[in-house]
Design a protein around this ligand. Structure first.
Ligand code: ZN
Length: 394
């Protein structure tokens, strides 16, 4: 027998309640402090249902009452705010030369932010995660989940299909981490670093109200995380946003992917370092040196950054023509270089976009800096709470 999805099913009641809990939680996140009556009025749920849902959220310590009352005619109301302080969402970024770990509580307050040299193996990454987990346990936090950001193609199952700059092929990083941690009791996921950078900008950056934005990673690789109509767009198999491998210069240098003149070969951080210092030892220190020379007005450095900015601008113009984003955010190592890159990028985008004023596209630098992808990992965990995967009452 074929049943339509609208037929009542035994599981539906629990689903509806989880959905409604998530609706109320999101409302409190966006409108706190607010009253139960505010929630009922805005969500269309009746007052008794809202009271029951709020009681459940208070039991789970996701929401708490404050002493504040609404200054309105009639009975004063108890106001609600997000709590979530007993919980931690962890984000981890693995990149060519470093690992970044962050933890935030449900309200997005930063609990921890570490950056370490990349130890080279999943086992060593697991050791870092173990230290983060121990720290959170000491602070009495229940861990909601962990998302690992990787610079490469990550499929729908969280398997890293290829991460050329890490030399990874078909690596089940989340599964391997779970094994190394001996089933830690919280979900572990993996995602592309640019996707997570975009999520972080959307949740924690100054662009929360922007519904169409693109985040560009500025690492050895260049990837784009695309948010359109307020949602991350992953494409058919999750591989969207590989702007780093669009050909910018057919006469350009060979890319790590084996093709010629890709955006990341001409305008990735590797291109900056190759010309500035042919044998980089530590990327962050080398970038600081480039910044120092640019500040001092070194003509060769300024010409190099101008050229990289123009090539990057050609890539951003493709995004502007194709997607009409309101904001394109330059992340990673582009951030310290932004004062010299941005003018060239912006000029190139205006020049190459058919829409007037580049379709309103602004190119800005990330305010989240090196933590963006890891913060996005934490944001993805919080997003799953927002969409109804609530922590159990402990
Ligand atoms: Zn390439």
């Amino acid at each position: 027998m074929i049943t339509s999805s609208t037929d009542p099913q035994p599981a539906d009641f629990a689903d509806v309640r989880a959905t409604n809990l998530a609706v109320v939680l999101r409302f409190v996140r966006e409108h706190a402090p607010c009253s139960r009556a505010d929630i009922a009025a805005s969500t269309g749920l009746n007052k008794a249902t809202v009271s029951s849902l709020v009681a459940d959220l208070i039991d789970r310590r996701l929401v708490r009452e404050t002493g504040l009352t609404e200054n309105r005619v009639g009975r004063p109301a108890t106001m609600l705010v997000l709590d979530g302080s007993p919980y931690a969402a962890i984000g981890l970024e693995i990149n060519v030369d470093y690992v970044t770990a962050v933890a935030v509580d449900l309200a997005g307050e930063r609990l921890l932010s570490w950056r370490r040299a990349f130890p080279g193996s999943v086992a060593a990454v697991a050791a870092i995660v173990r230290r983060v987990v121990n720290r959170m346990a000491k602070e009495d936090k229940q861990i909601l989940g962990l998302t690992v950001a990787v610079p490469g193609l990550v499929d729908g199952q969280g398997v890293v299909r290829v991460a050329p700059n890490l030399g990874w092929l078909d690596t089940d990083v989340s599964g391997d981490l779970a094994k190394a941690l001996r089933d830690p009791g919280f979900p572990i996921q993996a995602d592309n670093d640019a996707n997570l950078g975009a999520l972080a900008e959307h949740r924690f950056g100054p662009h929360g109200a922007v519904s169409d934005l693109v985040y560009l990673t500025g690492e050895m690789g260049v990837g784009a995380g695309v948010i359109l109509d307020g949602r991350l767009r992953r494409g058919g198999r999750g591989y969207s946003g590989e702007i780093g491998h669009i050909q910018i210069d057919p006469q350009g240098p060979e890319c790590r992917c084996g093709r010629i003149g890709c955006l990341e070969a001409v305008a990735g951080i590797g291109a900056v370092l190759e010309h500035a210092s042919p044998s980089p030892v530590e990327v962050e220190l080398e970038i600081e040196e480039v910044v120092r020379r640019a500040r001092a007005g070194d003509a060769r450095t300024l010409a190099l950054l101008g050229g990289v900015g123009r090539d990057l601008g050609r890539g951003v113009a493709i995004l502007a023509n194709l997607l009409n984003p309101q904001v394109v955010i330059l992340g990673g190592y582009y951030v310290p270089l932004a004062p010299w890159l941005l003018p060239a990028v912006q000029a190139e985008v205006r020049e190459r976009t058919i829409a007037p004023e580049a379709g309103g596209c602004q190119v800005v630098m990330s305010s989240l800096g090196y933590d963006a992808a890891a913060l996005g990992g934490a944001a993805r965990v919080l997003d799953s709470v927002d969409s109804g995967r609530l922590p159990r009452i402990s």
